[in-house]
Design a protein around this ligand. Sequence first.
Ligand SMILES: [Zn+2]
Length: 305
Amino acid sequence: MSRINYIMIILIAIIIITVGVLSLNQSSDIEHVDKPRVVVTILPQAEFIEKIAGDKVSITTMVPPGASPHTYEPRPSQIKEVAEAKMYAKVGTGLDFELVWMNKIIETNPTMLIIDSSKGIQLIETETEYEEHETIEHEHGRVDPHIWLSPKNAIIMVENLYEGLVIIDPENKEYYLKNKDAYIDTLKELDSALTQTFSRLKTKKFMVYHDSWSYLAYDYGLEQIPIEKEGKEPTPEGIANLIDQALKNNITIIFASPEFEIQTAKTIAEEIGGSVILISPLEKDYIENLKRISDEISKPALKEK
Ligand SMILES: [Zn+2]
């Protein structure tokens, strides 16, 4: 008996030591990574950085999958990662997350390079007619923050991110340049594909729950009809009006995104005998996501023929 106990104790000791050594190894791995850390606000920016820098940088994305950049609050572990970062690439368009947290982020790490991804992009001012019955003062001068959803803007964002990466890591400039040019070529192909697809459409209007697609609409001659505007649900009158517009324009699909509630989109879809399609404005695989929305927008029009 005591011999078995003795063996058991030794076995347990070995297990404890092994686990301890393994976890020590893991933590020292993390500490010994001397890649520069780059922080971004949203996943499409992380995708752009990854396409340029490969695995030569560590990337932290502040707004995780499934969360909304209009409401998300960072976790303490993310603020820690900000503290050791070399660069923060903000979207730069007044996205709520940045409006609320950017000062705190800069305070946490005052020496890190701040890149404005929107530099050189022509911003679209949000319409205020929808809010006429309310106080519109606070909306004055607001711009639509969702610049990344047009490939034409994505190209400019990639250029801005590249410039930042070269500043924090000049040794890898050649590598970054080659990758950046290759990715911009792919974005240009996407741009021509979208131009072709959308120019053939008879119905240029599409209905979405969250008003995030105005840059896509503007660049490709489409018109986005949003259900929610500036974060507000429509009134029953508003819903009746939307149903009317959908019927008049042969709209059969309503785009909703997993980051937002979809009940109103469902209600309208039922009323028009259409369906709801979930598509996120924040999907990391940027090119696939844009191809998907282009396919979905053009599908009903192709059926008409
Ligand atoms: Zn949004």
